[in-house]
Ligand binder design. Structure first.
Ligand code: FES
Length: 125
């Protein structure tokens, strides 16, 4: 674990907003086809913003920390601003990831993209 930043280690050991949500406004699950790791996000939306977000993840420490940080970044975020939660933003908020673990942040970005499909259906193409 020493090659992970202190923030990654903290989120891995003490994940924020962890667990399924009953009756969410949207829930998505994405899987990394290479390693099989999985991330689910659940959100409750009020007045155009994410009032509550939780996550569940199976996988490596980086994937779990990225899921936790994604849930943190979702809290209070206007639905119209979901695009700002990129993999780069998640990695930066985590204090960086080892080069060989950068791909673990892809799950977060893919889950956000899926959430957008539910919450902003007019943007479907
Ligand atoms: Fe699969 Fe990290 S090794 S997401």
């Amino acid at each position: 674990m020493t090659r992970y930043s202190d923030i990654v280690q903290d989120h891995f050991r003490n994940p924020r907003h962890c667990g399924a949500m009953s009756d969410p406004d949207a829930s998505v699950t994405v899987t990394n086809p290479v390693c099989g790791d999985m991330l689910s996000l659940y959100v409750r939306v009020r007045q155009g913003a994410v009032a509550e977000a939780t996550f569940q993840a199976q996988g490596c420490p980086a994937a779990l920390a990225a899921g936790s940080m994604t849930a943190v970044l979702l809290q209070g975020r206007p639905v119209s601003d979901l695009d700002s939660i990129t993999r780069e933003a998640v990695v930066e908020a985590l204090g960086g990831l080892p080069r060989d673990k950068m791909h673990c942040s892809v799950l977060a970005e893919e889950a956000i993209a899926e959430l957008k499909r539910f919450l902003l259906p007019e943007e479907r193409t």
